[in-house]
Ligand binder design. Structure first.
Ligand SMILES: [Zn+2]
Length: 141
């Protein structure tokens, strides 16, 4: 009774582990491909934003076009814009805003809560507010 069953069970078990192993390999490969895609996208976003900042004085429409391209690259790769570039894009008109050139920046002191940064876009008049961290040494970004 045990003779015909045992080899069958063993066979099935080995098959299952083989399938699982293959699935894991496939999953890892997919993850690696995703990581590569993210890296390439971030590199391209960096290049586009650097070019936009360089050319903004001479041709602001071209700079805005570069920002649009960078946003699309992030959208396709399913990434958020890196925070160092996100602060340079207006949340309403999605154009490049540079403090002192294209937007006003004010600091609003609040008692006991740390101060707040208020940015006003001069293209569309949109106001963005965000809080400053109390301790700069702790926050890495
Ligand atoms: Zn704006």
């Amino acid at each position: 009774m045990s003779d015909p069953n045992h080899p069958n069970e063993n066979f099935q078990k080995s098959k299952e582990t083989r399938v699982k192993g293959r699935y894991r390999y496939y999953k890892n490969r997919k993850k690696r491909q995703k990581d590569q895609m993210e890296q390439i996208a971030l590199e391209r976003v960096d290049i586009l934003f650097k070019r936009a900042l360089r050319i903004h004085k001479e041709d602001s429409t071209l700079a805005d076009h570069y920002v649009d391209l960078a946003r699309r690259v992030c959208m396709v790769a399913r990434l958020r814009l890196p925070s160092r570039w996100r602060v340079l894009v207006c949340r309403q008109c999605k154009k490049l805003i540079i403090p002192g050139v294209n937007c006003h920046v004010r600091l609003q002191p609040r008692s006991g809560k740390g101060s707040r940064v208020v940015k006003t876009c001069s293209n569309c008049g949109h106001i963005t507010r965000y809080n400053l961290r109390k301790t700069r040494d702790e926050g890495g970004n």
